[in-house]
Design a protein around this ligand. Structure first.
Ligand code: HEC
Length: 164
């Protein structure tokens, strides 16, 4: 909308520049008409641009949700209580967490960079999905850690020893 105001200002400027207008042999009325036409054209372009941006944003959100829903369907992993309680898996997950995830999460995080995790609210598949596919500013890790490593991370995050 700022741009519409700028167009209006430009129009006013055109009206004000009577010297140029008379030099060009135009009446003030004609200058007003031209200014109004230009302002209308600019407004139409701005409106079109805004409409396009809104449409793109809507399409992007729909795509994001679609991908997210379908990413969820890919996950058929079963996290047994035995797996989640296994000290070796927990320790392996902890090692990755300390080396990688604490950059954004946890005590050593840059303030405000990533939310504090709330493991009590998560299911194993949710954590696995976020780690695997990422979400907004959370990067995906599927190409960085193999399935077992990502499962180890889930075991660590959901373990009693985990404190972000
Ligand atoms: C580059 C910074 C960054 C790194 C590194 C990072 N995360 Fe994240 N993570 C985020 C951000 C930001 C979010 C919040 C995403 C959102 O919901 O918008 C997030 C969200 C999450 C969530 C979901 C939290 C929730 O309540 O929705 C989990 C689980 C998670 N991260 C685990 C990890 C693990 C495990 C690692 C290490 C492999 C890791 N993250 C590395 C930035 C990071």
């Amino acid at each position: 909308m700022k741009r519409i105001c700028a167009a209006a200002l430009l129009g006013m400027f055109a009206i004000g520049s009577g010297a140029t207008a008379s030099a060009a042999g135009l009446t003030e009325e004609r200058v007003r008409e031209i200014a109004a036409e230009v302002a209308a054209e600019v407004a139409a372009k701005v409106a079109e641009q805004v409409a396009r941006e809104v449409a793109e944003e809507v399409a992007a959100r729909i795509a994001e949700e679609y991908l997210e829903d379908n990413a969820g369907e890919d996950i058929e992993l079963v996290f047994t209580p035995e797996f989640l309680a296994d000290p070796e898996h927990i320790a392996a997950g902890k090692e990755i967490w300390m080396g990688q995830c604490t950059l954004c999460h946890g005590a050593k995080s840059y303030p405000g960079k990533a939310p504090k995790l709330k493991p009590k609210r998560y299911t194993p598949n949710f954590v696995y999905d976020r780690i695997t596919n990422g979400f907004r500013k959370m990067p995906p890790w599927r190409d960085v850690y193999d399935e077992e490593e990502r499962m180890d991370l889930v075991a660590w995050v959901l373990s009693r020893k985990f404190s972000p």
